[in-house]
Write a protein of this length. Structure first.
Length: 511
């Protein structure tokens, strides 16, 4: 076979290109945007919802936690369901369920109904998210088209949270907090109808093996314990008995899960998905990058609103440079270079550029210039993350057998969800400790208590952001050292049987 013919060959298991694939991308991207928006849009609405429904301060965190636990705990199960039922059917079911749960949340007349709706959103989100990514993986088989499609998807996955801040601010300020739920319904209906009529799932890609019930139970309980452990650490401290118990339970349950998966005939998570060094590198570096990103969303939102007095809408628009950077990094840098250089040379430098943007934010002070400091920091963060996310999303499902595409996609979402939980708890704890220490060391000489409080808050943010810089540097190091897929046209030395197979496929498919 000539080199030209070889380089045009689609990935193993691929079929002829679907003529409706670009229309399908619109509806897949719309669904992904809805899920990512929901992660931040409710945060903006939470104070209004709390006041309206009489939710106590002790229970308000459950509006966020109920969703996080259901979503994070059931992602692997959702990915396996996508492989078993079919990705299109799972995708449409997830959309309809998410819309119904959103309608319940928007109409909630009490705390219990709102929390139940949030948990239900998490359940259907866990079906929807892996189905969306795996549909993308099996729909786009041509390398250049795949790069463009994953560029768009990566931009939405990275920048959608900031869009949620803008939309949440508008809806809360000018309409009502309930619209942060109701807004999901038209998104879901349009995406579901479009998916039903447009998406054509390739034949023969299902994994019809019997469902691994012990694996479902162990993984769900283990991930719920892990996510809830970090949530408890944020609110009750790392030395709290319940927090420690949850971490111990998570370690035992997840270790038992790995042991079961290595022995059962049809595992929920085939270990071949995560033991391949390239995919393992993606999951690890992506999870760490999400931890670091929470240094931006969490602290910059508080800085702009609490310290600088921005309104919710103005805060949302203040994040626009990062969205622009994300889209540019994903579609103009990542997508264009993905077929020309090894993924690690996009992911590593991408995370490094993002760390430089984060480094600028360590210089925050009361009254810091938006155009002189925050804007360039956001642009660098957006460009870096967009450039890194795009090849990470593509590589996470690249070379995977079609029957494992759902669960491999679920692992991407799981690394992001767990990373988000860790980032919130870890960075919040660091910030709170630094704030307390600042107050203790400056209280004797302070002449203005309110000014001291704001200075201490900013000092806490700065300390936590320094940690975020370090975490992004570790993510860059992992991406460069662990991911060893070669550039197109080369045949790198593989580290194992499956690694060899993936690394030979990648250069061929990426031309």
């Amino acid at each position: 076979m000539s080199k030209t013919a070889e380089t045009r060959r689609p990935e193993p298991g691929a079929t002829a290109a679907d003529p409706s694939r670009w229309k399908a991308l619109v509806f897949i991207a719309l669904a992904q945007l809805m899920v990512v928006l929901d992660a931040t849009i409710v945060n903006i609405a939470l104070p209004s919802a709390q006041q309206d429904l009489g939710i106590s301060d002790g229970n308000k965190q459950w509006v966020i936690t109920a969703y996080a636990l259901a979503f994070g705990g059931l992602l692997l199960f959702g990915g396996r369901i996508a492989d078993l039922w079919g990705r299109k059917r799972t995708f449409v079911t997830g959309l309809i369920g998410f819309a119904a749960a959103s309608a319940i949340g928007g109409a909630a007349n009490g705390e219990g109904l709102l929390l139940g709706a949030r948990a239900l959103q998490g359940v259907f989100g866990a079906l929807l998210a892996p189905a969306a990514l795996s549909l993308l993986a099996v729909t786009f088989t041509d390398a250049k088209e795949r790069a463009k499609a994953f560029g768009i998807f990566g931009a939405i996955a990275g920048g959608g949270g900031a869009v949620g801040l803008i939309l949440g601010g508008f809806l809360t300020e000018y309409l009502d907090w309930r619209w942060t739920f109701f807004v999901n319904i038209p998104f879901a209906i349009v995406a579901a109808l479009g998916a039903y009529f447009v998406i054509r799932e390739p034949a023969g890609g299902r994994n019809r093996s019997a469902l691994d019930i012990p694996g479902v139970v162990l993984s769900t309980l283990g991930l719920v314990s892990l996510v809830y452990g970090f949530t408890r650490a944020e609110s009750d401290g790392w030395s709290d008995a319940m927090t420690i118990s949850l971490f111990v339970a998570a370690a035992v349950l997840l270790a038992a899960f790995v042991a079961v998966e290595s022995r059962v005939k049809a595992p929920l998570l085939p270990l071949r998905v995560v033991t391949n060094r390239n995919r393992a590198g993606v999951y690890l570096s992506l999870g760490l990058a999400i931890i670091g990103m929470f240094g931006l969303f969490l602290f910059l939102t508080y800085y702009l609103q609490v310290v600088e007095g921005y309104s919710p809408v103005k805060t949302g628009f203040a994040f626009m440079p990062m969205i622009v950077g994300m889209i540019t990094g994903s579609t103009q840098i990542g997508a264009r270079l993905m077929t020309r250089v090894p993924p690690r040379y996009l992911m590593g430098p991408g995370f490094l550029v993002a760390s430089v943007g984060m480094l600028l934010l360590t210089q925050l002070e009361i009254g810091s210039s938006y155009t002189g400091l925050i804007l360039p920091a956001e642009l660098l963060l957006g460009l870096g993350m967009g450039t890194a996310f795009m090849p990470a999303m593509a590589l996470a499902t690249h070379g995977i057998e079609p029957r494992d595409a759902g669960v491999a996609s679920a692992m991407v979402n799981t690394s992001q969800q767990v990373g988000g939980a860790i980032g919130t708890a870890l960075l919040n704890t660091i910030a709170a400790s630094a704030t307390t220490a600042y107050v203790a060391s400056h209280a004797a000489t302070a002449t203005n208590a309110q000014l001291l409080e704001l200075q201490a808050l900013v000092a806490g943010f700065s300390s936590a952001i320094w940690w975020a810089v370090g975490i992004l540097l570790v993510a860059a190091a992992i991406a460069v050292t662990l991911i060893n897929t070669g550039r197109p046209g080369t045949s790198p030395v593989a580290s194992g049987a499956e690694g060899a197979e993936d690394e030979i496929k990648m250069p061929v498919a990426m031309h």
